[in-house]
Structures are given as structure tokens and as C-alpha cells.
Write a protein that binds this ligand. Structure first.
Ligand code: S3P
Length: 430
């Protein structure tokens, strides 16, 4: 299998290209709806964005984008709202970018995105001196209105671990006067840091017993002529679980990001007894490790996942829940409350879908509990318009060979537009 490019890195490659003076070709970008939303935002702000023809070597489900920009100075507020679609990353990182671009910007999105919490970015941007307001009763939902311009550096410790909030603050910090500091108790994915450093940002990270501290100085980014995005490890996890649970599987997934802050689902599955081998590729100088993953059928057993495990594998909890429901013995996933603030209420959605397939899952507060040892029965599930739920329930059908129907399966295209092609290929091979 070759997977669409990592969503987190694809968003950042496009946004950072818009802030740099020069031309960037992004190869292997995930071609899901979310990354297309970011490409649209970058174009609306005035960068020249064109989609290039794919090369036969490009992975399925990827896009090539050429971005030409004159740097931050050349960007201007769009006359129409910036449409982030379903994408929280486009909105939260986009908010950080426009806070440094003079003018009044509006960021909007679909019904799911308009229901998600945005105070977490409005608060630091306001502390930096931007006029940043939201909609809804509490003024903390999209559409957001942000007046970009003069910003000052801040020292920020977020209430909830979030790579999107970190990405927002560090983007705004590039346009501020003075240094900014971002403090994390649980280290979230670090693509922002790695990719900003690769583009010349003055950013340093230090770690001690209290957590991780990122310090960044304002400055311009350099344009990288060519950026190659590796396969998305969160998409790979669907296949790591499918390969582990299927009774006779041997799958090779090529060219996946093996960034240490994205591999926690691999660690958790290995703790459950998964047979996953990693084959790191030679360092390509991008600052982002890449490699192949091989997964074979395994007898999984239940484990206890802590709130830190959840924070480190935040996008993988739905598919890990399927593994937990089918593994031998009990699993608990504790402190998963943040899942309710994703594209859907993922705790409720996973519980409803797995229950509809006859699997045993119970929810107490923010914790999920699994008895284990289940096997999906035929049944009907609902994606709730959430890509990761659609794919989780499809994999339940694939590994059990039963007829699982998914309401609104097309949601998968948010992050993995070729998912059902791969299901058909792997299903045919099985
Ligand atoms: C992302 C960060 C995560 C993740 C999302 C992508 C990013 O969100 O759920 O899919 O690219 O920064 P939080 O870290 O904000 O929870």
C-alpha cells in the first residue's frame, strides 16, 4: 500500500509556502478535502496556487501543488470568507497565519466545524493583540473574525494538549514583536517545529520534567523549492489494525511518516501484541523520518491506555477501539474527553457504531471500557460525517467478513480519498 500524504504536514507545507518569498512545489500532499480547503485559503490570501499534473511515481490519493508567493508582505485579506470546510487544522492554523496579515479576515466552515471549540485559538491571539472574535452564544465558535496586524509575543500554556493550537500560536509568533514561548505538558505532534526550522525559523525546543517548551523569534520563512510529503501515519493505523485483526494478513505499507510524535498508535498496538516491523528509510534531509511498515496477523490482547496515551494517539482512538473490542481480554481507554470535540463526538459515535455491530463497549465519563473478545456481526453504522468513524466501521467489516454498512461513507475522503479503493484491493486479496 502507498497512502495519501500526511494531512498535518500537507496543511503546513501549503501555509508555510504562502509565508515564504519564492516558489515551492509540494509533492505527495494528501488530496483529501481538508488539505484542499487549506490550498483554497492560501490562494484566497493572494498566493499563486496551482495544481500540477501527477507523476506516475506519485502515491494514489496525492496531489502536487505549486505555490508562488512574495511572502507575508504580499498577502492580503480576502474579500470572501476563508472556507475551511470540515478542517479544524485549516481553521486553527489559518487563524494564526491571518493574525499577522493586515486586514479583517473571516474564517468559516461546515456545520461540524462551526460546532467545535475555538476559544483555544481566540484566547492566545487576543493575548497577542489581535482582535479575534467568534460567533455563537459564547462567541467561541466559527465563523471567526480576526483583524490581522501588529502582534506582540506571548508566553502561552494551553489548557488542553493541542498541536493545532501550538501551530496557530507559533505561526502568529512569526509576525509578532519579540519572542514567544509555548509550553506543553504532554508533547503533541511536532511537525510545526520541524517544518518551521527547515524553513529557517529561529525556534528552539527544550524539555524537562515539567514538559516541553518551544521558543520562537519573529522572522520570515525561506521558500523550499521541493517538499515531499510522506504517507499519513494516522491513515496507516487503519491498516495496522486491519492486518493485526485479520486471521491471515501480511501487509506492507510504504513511505509512511515515522515522526516520533506520530508513532504512538504503533507502540500501543505493539503493547497489545501486534506484529509490526518498521523499516526506516535513509534520512532525506527534510527533518521528518520516513519508512515502511509491515504488519502481520497477531493475537491481540487488552491493555490499559492512559490520558497521555490518548493525547499521543488522539486521531487513532476510533480504530484502536475496534482493536480493543476484538482483542482478548479487557481494555480501558481513559481520559478521552477531547474526542468529543473532533469532527464528531467520537466517543458517542464509536460506541454507537461498535454496539450496532454487536461489540461490547461501555462509556463512563471520559473513559471507554471494552470487555474484548468480540467479533463484528452484520449491522448498520453511522459515520456522523466523520472520516475516522467511516473508516473504522469499514475495517470492522473487512476483518470479520460480515456485511457492515456505513451511512455516509464518503466522509472518508476528508483525509483518505482512496480509502475504498484500498479496501477493495485488500479485500480482493483476502
Ligand atoms: C492536528 C492536530 C490534532 C489532530 C488533527 C491534526 C494538526 O489536533 O487531531 O487531526 O495537524 O496539528 P489537536 O492536537 O488540536 O488535538
Amino acid at each position: 500500500l502507498r497512502l495519501p500524504g500526511d494531512k498535518s504536514m500537507s496543511h503546513r507545507a501549503l501555509l508555510y509556502a504562502a509565508l515564504a518569498d519564492g516558489e515551492t512545489l509540494v509533492v505527495g500532499a494528501g488530496d483529501g478535502h481538508d488539505v484542499r480547503s487549506t490550498a483554497g485559503i492560501v490562494a484566497a490570501l493572494g498566493a499563486a496556487v496551482s495544481r500540477e499534473a501527477a507523476s506516475p511515481d506519485d502515491a494514489p490519493g496525492t496531489a502536487r501543488w505549486r505555490v508562488r508567493s512574495g511572502g507575508r508582505e504580499s498577502l492580503r485579506a480576502a474579500v470572501v470568507p476563508l472556507d475551511c470546510g470540515n478542517s479544524g487544522t485549516s481553521m486553527r492554523l489559518g487563524a494564526g497565519l491571518v493574525a499577522g496579515v493586515p486586514g479583517v479576515h473571516t474564517l468559516t466552515g461546515d456545520a461540524s466545524l462551526q460546532s467545535r471549540p475555538m476559544a483555544r485559538v481566540l484566547e492566545p491571539l487576543t493575548a497577542m493583540g489581535a482582535a479575534a472574535t467568534g460567533s455563537g452564544e459564547a462567541g467561541t465558535r466559527a465563523p471567526l473574525t480576526i483583524t490581522g496586524g501588529a502582534l506582540r509575543g506571548i508566553d502561552w500554556a494551553p489548557a488542553t494538549p493541542s498541536a493545532q493550537v501550538k501551530g496557530c500560536v507559533l505561526l502568529a509568533a512569526l509576525a509578532a514583536t519579540g519572542e514567544s514561548i509555548y509550553r506543553e505538558v504532554v508533547a503533541t505532534r511536532d511537525h510545526t517545529e520541524r517544518m518551521l526550522v527547515a524553513r529557517g525559523a529561529a525556534l528552539r525546543t527544550s524539555r524537562d520534567a515539567s514538559g516541553t517548551t518551544v521558543t520562537i523569534a519573529p522572522g520570515e520563512l525561506s521558500a523550499l523549492p521541493l517538499v515531499t510529503i510522506p504517507g499519513d501515519p494516522s491513515s496507516a493505523t487503519f491498516w495496522l489494525v486491519a492486518g493485526s485483526l485479520h486471521p491471515d494478513a501480511d501487509l506492507l505499507i510504504r513511505g509512511v511518516s515515522l515522526n516520533p510524535t506520530r508513532r504512538h498508535a504503533i507502540d500501543l498496538l505493539q503493547r497489545m501484541g501486534a506484529r509490526i516491523d518498521e523499516f526506516p528509510a535513509a534520512d532525506d534531509g527534510s527533518g521528518e523520518p520516513v519508512g515502511d511498515l509491515r504488519v502481520r496477523s497477531a493475537a491481540l490482547h487488552g491493555i490499559d491506555m492512559t490520558p497521555t496515551d490518548v493525547a499521543l494517539a488522539i486521531d487513532e482512538v476510533p480504530i484502536l477501539s475496534l482493536a480493543a473490542a476484538m482483542a482478548t481480554g479487557a481494555t480501558s481507554i481513559r481520559g478521552a474527553g477531547e474526542l468529543c470535540a473532533k469532527e464528531s463526538d467520537r466517543i458517542a459515535g464509536v460506541a454507537a457504531g461498535l454496539t450496532a455491530l454487536g461489540l461490547t463497549i461501555s462509556v463512563t465519563g471520559d473513559d471507554l471500557h471494552f470487555v474484548g473478545g468480540g467479533r463484528p456481526a452484520a449491522g448498520s453504522t453511522k459515520s456522523l460525517g466523520d472520516h475516522r468513524l467511516a473508516m473504522t466501521f469499514a475495517i470492522a467489516g473487512l476483518v470479520s467478513g460480515t456485511a457492515v454498512s456505513v451511512d455516509d461513507p464518503a466522509a472518508a475522503a476528508v483525509s483518505y480519498p482512496t480509502f475504498y479503493d484500498d479496501v477493495a484491493r485488500i479485500g480482493a486479496a483476502a
